[in-house]
Write a protein that binds this ligand. Structure first.
Ligand SMILES: [Zn+2]
Length: 313
């Protein structure tokens, strides 16, 4: 599939990858002669990404590094292929490195998005992560600075969607790369409620990015946002966290105890107004992360049967 490279602003362009729910992005920061690649999408599509980069004038030896924002296969999956194509090292947070270097172990880990995965989920994950593997050569940490092509990129840790989510913040032009922190709109056709591993961290990370008042936000999926759109996008992401929690509490006040699958259906009903007979695995895992967070705050309790009840105030 031929993919197109599209410039966005001076020093930032992307390879646009049409996927089922919008658009995923592989960003090029700097110039074709001195490129930092941010995210790599999946292994199967990585050769097409390399072709699009070459067509845009990015020569293999001109890639400085491939930064992976987080350990999901639609971000790190192509990094091994792009690294072998370009000779450039892969940089990631420790948690993303653990997930990317050992995706099979990650897939089986408790409390990963795949904890209850089906065979179809596993097949999709394996196809995305690829068989060639990759090695992360630099662990990026909060406070690290990447000086690149006249830009100073501050590394921010922005957990919530994934534990090791990284952001890159360029202060002088107020540019920020946020991976999947700020997820796409609620999409009924895709049953997309959002994917969360820790809603409390997610809230803090969103508030942190909002406080920076970015002028441009480059996200892992869907088009870049600029100006007033950035704050509105973050406000809607925060609103969704509230809406999911509210739907869960209202459902539990109507009927309890309930298990996670029933509460996941309640979240879809309350937030998106849709009946989902069999919610996707990522949705039940996300709802469980909400319930655990609500339990920490004394709003709900888990019974010995692993069902949930509200705490009456
Ligand atoms: Zn993700």
């Amino acid at each position: 599939m031929p993919l197109a490279f599209k410039p966005i602003i001076d020093g930032v362009g992307y390879v646009e990858i049409p996927d089922s729910g919008g658009h995923s992005s592989v960003y090029v920061v700097g110039s074709p002669r001195d490129a930092l690649i941010v995210d790599a999408y999946t292994a199967g599509i990585a050769p097409d990404i390399a072709s699009a980069l070459e067509a845009a004038g990015v020569r293999p030896g001109a890639v400085r590094a491939i930064v992976v924002t987080h350990g999901h296969q639609d971000h790190f999956g192509g990094a091994g292929v792009l690294s072998r194509w370009s000779g450039a090292p892969v940089w990631a947070s420790l948690s993303a490195a653990l997930q990317a270097e050992d995706p099979w172990g990650y897939f089986a880990a408790p409390n990963s998005w795949s904890a209850n995965a089906s065979v179809a989920d596993w097949d999709a994950f394996r196809a995305g992560a690829g068989e060639g593997g990759l090695r992360v050569e630099r662990i990026l940490r909060e406070g690290d600075v990447i000086e690149h092509a006249g830009m100073r990129l501050d590394v921010l840790l922005l957990p919530g969607h994934d534990r090791g989510e990284l952001g890159l913040w360029e202060r002088s032009r107020r540019l920020i790369f946020t991976g999947d922190l700020i997820q796409g709109g609620m999409d009924a056709s895709k049953n997309w409620l959002g994917l969360f591993t820790d809603p409390a961290s997610q809230r803090r990370s969103l508030q942190r990015v909002a406080a920076l008042r970015p002028e441009w936000n480059f996200k892992g999926h869907r088009r870049a946002r600029s100006g007033e759109e950035v704050g509105a996008d973050i406000a809607s992401a925060l609103g969704r966290l509230d809406a999911i929690e509210r739907a869960l509490l209202e459902s539990l006040r109507e009927k309890s105890p309930q298990g996670v699958p029933a509460l996941t259906r309640a979240a879809f009903r309350g937030v998106l107004g849709m009946e989902v007979a069999e919610p996707a695995n990522y949705a039940t895992v996300s709802v469980l992360s909400f319930l655990l967070d609500m339990a920490r705050r004394g709003l709900v309790l888990r019974t010995a049967e692993h069902e949930w009840i509200p705490v009456r105030k």
